[in-house]
Write a protein that binds this ligand. Structure first.
Ligand SMILES: *Cc1c(COP(=O)(O)O)cnc(C)c1O
Length: 390
């Protein structure tokens, strides 16, 4: 079976976790601090705050951005549901705008039309690793006095106009879930270059505690902490951070390898006329967290049939990115939502396996099988023999 994804973890990560356990300090401590410093340097942001996952990162971003009850935040419905949930957690209302065909990213024209007097922020998602048009949304936010918050869950290692994602706006949230490009099991990070936001984020992720437990632990003087506001326990552990430090060292290499596989797919499928392949415009650098193909209306094979037939050939795929407004948790509230592009992309897109390391045999097998299924009825290509995949 060829899986859709798998994390790239090796001896270095295992050793780092092992070593950290034996130090005796396993929750948020020196490893988290080092990981944060290295992640900030990597992205080009001044600060980074590690948290338990990207959903908690987004929740804290909403709080420090001052988003609260009955405020409106514009975001895509076509995203992982955590995007909308983070807005809902603070009592605000997700207002769903359309995405663009081709990029799967938020459409600035539709987003602008959704702005009302209650709109406080735009939560911009870099869907499956392809940066959204940050400049267009920065301009929009400046014009309407809105906050820009980036959901960069999938976008570690991606760049926009020559700068890594994480350095463009004041609140950028990343995920280290195993489905993303680098992983710490679960884990998240917020980058910012604003010192006030940085300090508040650190406070909120640890119960609002004025003195963190490490400072208290190392102090030779008696100190008592105060809890100066109601915070959360959204800490990352040092075991996770130790793994993250090793993963971060490999991130650029992983992205390079992922891009090679994406190129191989692009090259192999470029002449199939009923599908749309992912593409990067000038200034956009994608980490290919996922490789997503859109099946145009004229395609002779239906998306679900294609998925089943690939599964029959032992190739795992996923459907296009979900639409939050179609999930049970949101359906009733958004029954009047009109998001035809987002729905159409969800229903007619397919994600192919892409992971590191993926052998040449595996890549070729996916390519040949995909080609044979898409041209089966046209009989352009003779049936291929199945190579053994171990
Ligand atoms: C994965 C993902 C999240 C959630 O990340 P977790 O670390 O699993 O909480 C949020 N937004 C988007 C766009 C994602 O892809």
């Amino acid at each position: 079976m060829i899986p859709i994804a798998k994390p790239f973890l090796a001896e270095e990560e295992a050793q780092a976790a092992y070593d950290t356990i034996l130090t005796g300090w396993i929750t948020q401590g020196p490893k988290v601090q080092a990981f944060e410093a290295q992640f900030a340097t990597y992205t080009g942001a001044k600060y980074a705050v590690a948290v338990s996952n990207c959903t908690t990162a987004l929740h804290l971003a909403m709080i420090v951005a001052g988003i609260g009850k009955d405020d409106e935040v514009i975001c895509p419905s076509m995203s992982y549901i955590a995007t909308a949930n983070a807005i809902t957690y603070v009592g605000a209302v997700p207002v769903f705008a359309e995405v663009q065909r081709g990029t799967y990213n938020l459409d600035p024209v539709d987003a602008e039309q959704k702005i009302t007097s209650k709109t406080k922020a735009i939560l911009l998602v870099h869907q499956i690793g392809l940066p959204a048009d940050i400049d267009a949304f920065t301009t929009l936010c400046n014009r309407y006095n809105l906050q820009l918050i980036e959901d960069a869950a999938c976008a570690a290692g991606s760049s926009y106009k020559g700068k890594r994602i994480g350095s463009h706006s004041s609140l950028v949230c990343f995920s280290f879930h195993p489905r993303k490009v680098i992983s710490t099991g679960d884990g998240g990070m917020i980058t910012t270059s604003d010192e006030n936001l940085y300090n508040r984020l650190k406070l909120l992720r640890q119960h609002g505690m004025s003195v963190n437990d490490r400072v208290r632990h190392e102090s030779t003087q008696l100190i008592f902490e105060d809890h100066i506001e109601i915070g959360y326990n959204y800490r990352m552990t040092d075991i996770q951070a130790a793994v993250g430090i090793e993963q971060l060292k490999k991130l650029d290499w992983i992205v390079t390898e992922r891009r090679k596989i994406a190129y191989a797919y692009n090259e192999a499928f470029k002449d199939i006329d009923c599908i749309s392949l992912p593409f990067e415009s000038d200034g956009y650098f994608c980490n290919y967290q996922s490789y997503c193909i859109y099946l145009q209306p004229g395609c002779h094979i239906k998306r679900n049939d294609l998925m089943q037939q690939l599964l029959d050939k032992k190739i795992a795929t996923r459907r296009g990115v979900m639409n939050a407004h179609r999930e049970t948790a949101y359906r009733e509230l958004y029954r009047n939502a009109s998001l035809p592009v987002s729905e159409n992309l969800q229903d007619n897109s397919i994600m192919l396996p892409l992971f590191v390391p993926m052998s040449k045999e595996e890549i070729d097998y996916v390519i040949d099988t995909f080609l044979s299924l898409l041209s089966a009825q046209k009989n352009l290509i003779a049936p291929i023999e199945e190579p053994a995949i171990t």
